[in-house]
Design a protein around this ligand. Structure first.
Ligand code: CA
Length: 369
C-alpha cells in the first residue's frame, strides 16, 4: 500500500514539475505585464435615455463596478441614446470602433444579424432564470459570440427585465380579430407574429413611444413592464394595460464590446469587464423584481389604468402563429437554425424539471385558501 502511494506521489510530482517547467519556458505564456499607472478610458453608448430605471442604470452600474474593481484603472463614460449616436446606431458605432462599448437589446439588430433575436426573447420562450442558464451553461454564450464575430463584437448578457407586459391599447382585445388594423410598436419576432394577426408593426426606441401614441401615429405599444412604463407616462395616452408578456418572458439585454478594444485590455481588466457584466445582468433583474408591483399598484390605483388579461384563445392563437413564424424564420438562415436548435433543446430540457419545481411550487404557494 505504502509503495503504491509513494509511486503515485512521485508520478504526481513529475506532472507538477513538468507542468511548471512548460509554463516557465514558453514565452507566449508569460503573464501579461500590467502597468498600474495606465488608465483605460472607454466610451459606452446606449439605446436608453441616460440613467433610465433598470435599462439605463445597468450601463451606469457597469461603469461603476468596473471603476471600483479596477481601482480606477478603467473608466467608462456612459452616453444616453442620442448623445453620441442615435439609439438605433449603437450596434454600428461599437462594431466600427468609434466607441468601445454599447448597451441595448440584441433584437433591435434584426436587419444586421438575423439570429440576434434569440438573445433577447423568443415568443413563448425562456424565462429570465432559464435564459441566464442557457446563455451561461447551455451553450448560448458561444453561439452569441459566433453570431457577432463577423461584426468584430464581443456580446455579453447585460440585464434581464423578467416577464414583460403584453402592452398598452386604447381598445379592448376580446378576440384575435380585435388586433386587426392596429398600428403597434412591437419589435423582434413578436412583431412578425402580430403582423400575421393583421397588426401594422413598427420599431421605435422607448423615448419615442409616448409621442407616437399621443399623436395617433400608433394605437398600441409594448415597452417593458410597470416599473418602466410608469416613468414614460403611457397611462396618460392609453387606457388598457394587458398581460402577460407572451412575447418577452425574460428579455435579456446586451453589452457589446468592440473586439479589438477588448483584446487590447490586460487580462485582469478583461476579467473585470466580464464579471462586472455578470453582476449587472443579475442586478437589473433584482431591480425590476423589487419595483414592478409598486409601480403597477400606482398605475391602477392612482392613475385608473384598466388592467386586463389577454383572453386564453387570443394567447393560444398567438402561440400558433409564433410557431409558424419561428419555422419560417430559421428556414433560410443557417446560423438562426443552429441557434434555435440549441435554444429548443435547452427549453425542452429545462421545462421538464421546472414543471415540477418552479411552476408546481408557485401554483401551490399562490393557491387561494
Ligand atoms: Ca418589450
Amino acid at each position: 500500500m505504502k509503495a503504491i502511494n509513494k509511486n503515485l506521489l512521485s508520478f504526481l510530482t513529475l506532472i507538477l514539475l513538468f507542468g511548471c517547467s512548460e509554463d516557465s519556458i514558453t514565452p507566449t505564456q508569460e503573464p501579461q505585464s500590467i502597468d498600474p499607472n495606465k488608465v483605460y478610458k472607454w466610451n459606452m453608448v446606449t439605446t436608453w435615455p441616460k440613467n433610465y430605471p433598470g435599462l439605463g442604470r445597468a450601463a451606469e452600474n457597469l461603469s461603476k463596478y468596473v471603476d471600483e474593481m479596477s481601482n480606477g484603472r478603467m473608466k467608462i463614460k456612459v452616453y444616453g441614446a442620442g448623445e453620441l449616436v442615435p439609439a438605433m446606431g449603437v450596434f454600428d458605432a461599437v462594431s466600427q470602433g468609434s466607441v468601445q462599448l454599447g448597451h441595448g437589446a440584441s433584437y433591435y439588430w434584426i436587419g444586421k444579424v438575423k439570429s440576434s433575436q434569440f438573445f433577447t426573447a423568443v415568443p413563448f420562450g425562456l424565462t429570465a432564470q432559464e435564459m441566464n442558464a442557457w446563455i451561461h451553461w447551455g451553450g448560448g454564450q458561444e453561439l452569441w459570440e459566433e453570431a457577432y464575430a463577423p461584426f468584430n463584437l464581443m456580446p455579453m448578457a447585460g440585464g434581464n427585465t423578467g416577464v414583460q407586459m403584453a402592452g398598452w391599447f386604447n381598445k379592448e382585445i376580446n378576440s384575435i380579430g380585435d388586433l386587426k388594423g392596429l398600428k403597434m410598436r412591437i419589435p423582434g419576432l413578436a412583431g412578425e407574429v402580430f403582423s400575421r394577426a393583421g397588426v401594422e408593426t413598427v420599431v421605435l426606441p422607448g423615448s419615442d413611444i409616448f409621442l407616437a401614441l399621443q399623436q395617433g401615429v400608433i394605437d398600441a405599444a409594448e415597452w417593458v413592464g410597470p416599473y418602466n412604463d410608469l416613468t414614460f407616462g403611457f397611462h396618460q395616452v392609453a387606457k388598457y394595460y394587458y398581460y402577460p408578456g407572451w412575447h418577452e418572458g425574460g428579455s435579456t439585454l446586451e453589452i457589446i464590446i468592440n473586439k479589438d478594444a477588448y483584446m487590447s485590455l490586460p487580462d485582469d481588466l478583461k476579467a473585470i469587464v466580464k464579471y462586472a457584466s455578470r453582476a449587472v445582468n443579475q442586478e437589473m433583474l433584482d431591480e425590476y423584481t423589487a419595483n414592478n408591483n409598486r409601480a403597477l399598484t400606482e398605475l391602477v390605483e392612482k392613475h385608473g389604468v384598466e388592467l386586463r388579461k389577454l383572453p386564453d384563445d387570443v394567447l393560444i392563437e398567438l402561440r400558433r402563429l409564433s410557431k409558424e413564424v419561428m419555422e419560417e424564420f430559421i428556414a433560410d438562415d443557417e446560423m438562426a437554425k443552429k441557434i434555435y436548435d440549441s435554444y429548443l433543446v435547452f427549453k425542452e430540457d429545462v421545462i421538464q424539471y421546472h414543471s415540477i419545481s418552479e411552476k408546481a411550487f408557485i401554483e401551490i404557494r399562490d393557491l387561494e385558501q
